[in-house]
Design a protein around this ligand. Structure first.
Ligand code: ZN
Length: 391
């Protein structure tokens, strides 16, 4: 590509996928001072740079990952039972404590897969400098864990300090880890803090049937796991609790992300439908790795609930490519409109992470961030078939 006047230029390509509107053959994107000013398929002007046989689309959005495991060569085993997988993952973390170099390795891998926006869970107060890689924006959710009441004060203090930092080079959020690892009172206090600070929240919720059993009856593999960690007391979770009880407090936050939501049911759908600030993040290949029942993503979309995509970590996924997540969906669900899948990996992800006004689609007023996907040389007239055959 020739040198561009960084303040004002335009691009054309075989296909442009604005996402907010249908794909344009020989589309043109006009850019001025870092913002998109027009997207059309009228004749390009003589200075327009022709990108050739590629698709231009918004940068991809990976709404959920844990970059601290980015050096793993393959997913942690065994996948099942889930608490055994957690135990193995904890073992991996103990053997090779995460470093900033590993996080950078993950960011670089995401960039190479056309990801330009990331929802990251951080288990330590990494310097925000760690996340400042060119061309990628990261929303960092500080993870909090504490099932016994005596851990609550320290976890709240970590959360307060994290959200109180004046450095705004990354967007800061909180991640009370999951119902099986955070005391309900600590959860409530963390959500209240996030609401006060206007910070986004991400929680792993309704991920396994064992989690539902723990909430409903206080039994099952999570009780055994928590007892091994000396972190269980029968009184902590009231019997008859369900994921809905963890959704309700989220009505106070600016943005909420339900990570996985594999086993959400109609009571949760009803609530989500009325709370558009809360999105569900589906991690397709991680979901397949754990052999869960079919994910309700299509029902959620049908009911107008926002669904974004994530890779989760390399602890449960072979790589961090959001592109491959979309290709996996296109192949696995050939009856789904691929435009929906592309929107989940771009526009819906940006919306979930609270930056939908700036990123996620190619339309006037948004930032000039795009991904370029090489297309096959075939004459196929179906733009989506061409796109997802690209690499
Ligand atoms: Zn996760």
């Amino acid at each position: 590509m020739p040198d561009l006047d960084p303040t004002r230029y335009s691009l054309t390509a075989r296909w442009v996928f604005p996402v907010s509107s249908p794909p344009l053959a020989n589309g043109v994107i006009e850019i001025e001072s870092g913002l998109i000013t027009a997207v059309h398929n009228c004749r390009p002007n003589p200075e327009t740079v022709d990108c050739g046989n590629v698709a231009l689309l918004p940068g991809l959005v990976n709404a959920h990952t844990h970059l601290e495991f980015s050096d793993l060569q393959r997913p942690v085993e065994p996948a099942l039972p889930f608490t055994q997988w957690i135990k193995s993952l904890v073992g991996v973390r103990r053997e090779r404590p995460a470093t900033e170099a590993v996080i950078l390795q993950g960011l670089t891998e995401c960039q190479a897969a056309a990801t330009q926006l990331l929802g990251e869970i951080a288990t330590q107060d990494w310097s925000t400098q760690t996340y400042l890689a060119p061309g990628i924006r990261t929303i960092v959710f500080r993870e909090l864990i504490g099932m016994l009441p005596d851990r609550a004060a320290a976890q709240l203090e970590i959360a307060r300090k994290w959200l109180g930092e004046s450095d705004t080079s990354v967007t800061r959020g909180l991640s009370p880890h999951a119902p099986y690892s955070v005391h309900p009172d600590l959860y409530r206090d963390l959500i209240q803090l996030a609401a006060e600070k206007q910070a986004p929240v991400a929680i792993h919720l309704a991920e396994t049937l064992a989690e539902l059993e723990l909430l409903d009856r206080g039994t099952g593999e999570f009780v055994e796991m928590l007892q091994r960690f000396n972190a269980w007391d029968q009184q902590i979770i009231p019997r008859g609790t369900r994921p809905l009880d963890y959704l309700r407090p989220l009505s106070a936050v600016r943005r909420g992300l339900v990570i996985h939501g594999n086993y959400l049911e109609s009571a949760e759908f009803d609530w989500l439908e009325k709370h558009p600030q809360v999105s569900v993040v589906y991690c397709p290949r991680t979901h397949a790795y754990f052999q869960h029942s079919p994910h309700p993503w299509r029902t959620l979309l049908d009911r107008g609930i926002n669904v974004a995509l994530g890779t989760d970590s390399r602890g449960s996924n072979p790589d961090l490519s959001l592109w491959r997540e979309m290709q996996f969906l296109v192949t696995t669900f050939p009856d789904v409109d691929p435009a929906q899948i592309l929107a989940m990996g771009t526009q819906r992800g940006a919306e979930a992470l609270g930056v939908g006004a700036e990123m996620g689609s190619l339309e006037p007023g948004k930032q000039s961030q795009w991904a370029s996907i090489p297309l096959p040389e075939t004459r196929d007239g179906d733009p989506y078939r061409l796109l997802f055959a690209g690499s």
